[in-house]
Ligand binder design. Structure first.
Ligand code: PEP
Length: 249
């Protein structure tokens, strides 16, 4: 049985004070579930406060992005080591908003994933098709190409240390969720594709679903055999709602 993971992507929300208030809400509520690893991914400016507040708790901290480079003249960038030394253990890579607004390619995401793994961070690598691609019947082709690109050069060892997140772009922040059956079909396809690299590692690989996950639709999604939890945007900004999702896992 794969351990479930519920990760909250806060995007560009929460000052330090708002971060502390939200995390206190999570710590005071029933946000611990033995079957699920809980991760919060606040913006860079709140990571230190989050790591300090969550030290010794069941909640892990993730970054929302990082540089492919270890250091140097890269204005505005943050390295894997900078995240790690704060106490961060996960990092989201290749989110569709990074792909859309910052032109991130599968190749760049692959290089970032290599840098994250060699520093000891667990990458949560995002893939997913747009609405146009889905309606053109290209979902498997698009997702398959993304998998091949972001996992290029990886074998069983690397696959054992990372997480994939299937996030159909048309479901992110739109309130339009893939049905459990639709999501499961793509998750099964993803696991089969990864089996082409290593069957055993593919069977153990956590594959999260993301796209308008809420407390009231999480259970149906998480019950699917190839869905191992969720990457949650909007609903992770409300303690009660996020706790509902954690408890559904
Ligand atoms: C996300 O940004 O990763 C996401 C899934 O957002 P939302 O849950 O708001 O759709």
């Amino acid at each position: 049985m794969r351990q479930k993971i519920v990760a909250g992507n806060w995007k560009m929300h929460c000052t330090v004070a708002e971060t502390e208030a939200l995390l206190k809400g999570l710590l005071e509520g029933k946000s611990q579930n033995d079957r699920a690893t809980v991760v919060v991914c606040p913006p860079f400016t709140s990571l230190e406060a989050a790591c300090n507040l969550l030290k010794g708790s069941h909640i892990r901290v993730g970054g929302q992005d990082m540089s492919e480079h270890p250091k140097g003249a890269f204005t505005g960038e943050v390295s894997a080591e900078m995240l790690l030394t704060l106490g961060v253990s996960f990092v989201i890579l290749g989110h569709s908003e990074r792909r859309q607004y910052h032109a991130e390619s599968d190749n760049l995401i692959n290089r970032k994933a290599k840098a994250a793994l060699s520093a000891g961070l667990t990458p949560i690598i995002c893939i997913g098709e747009t609405l146009t691609e889905r309606e053109a019947g290209q979902t498997e082709q698009v997702v398959g190409t993304q998998i091949d690109g972001v996992l290029a050069g990886f074998g069983a060892v690397e696959l054992g240390k990372l997480v994939l997140a299937y996030e159909p772009v048309w479901a992110i922040g739109t309130g339009r969720t893939a049905t459990p059956a639709m999501a499961q079909a793509v998750h099964r396809f993803i696991r089969e594709r990864v089996s082409g690299i290593n069957q055993d590692a593919a069977a153990k690989l956590p594959i999260l679903y993301g796209g308008s996950v809420k407390a009231d639709n999480a259970r149906g999604l998480f019950e699917q055999p190839d869905i191992d939890g969720g990457l949650v945007g909007g609903a992770s900004l409300k303690a009660d709602e996020f706790i509902g999702i954690i408890n559904a896992a």
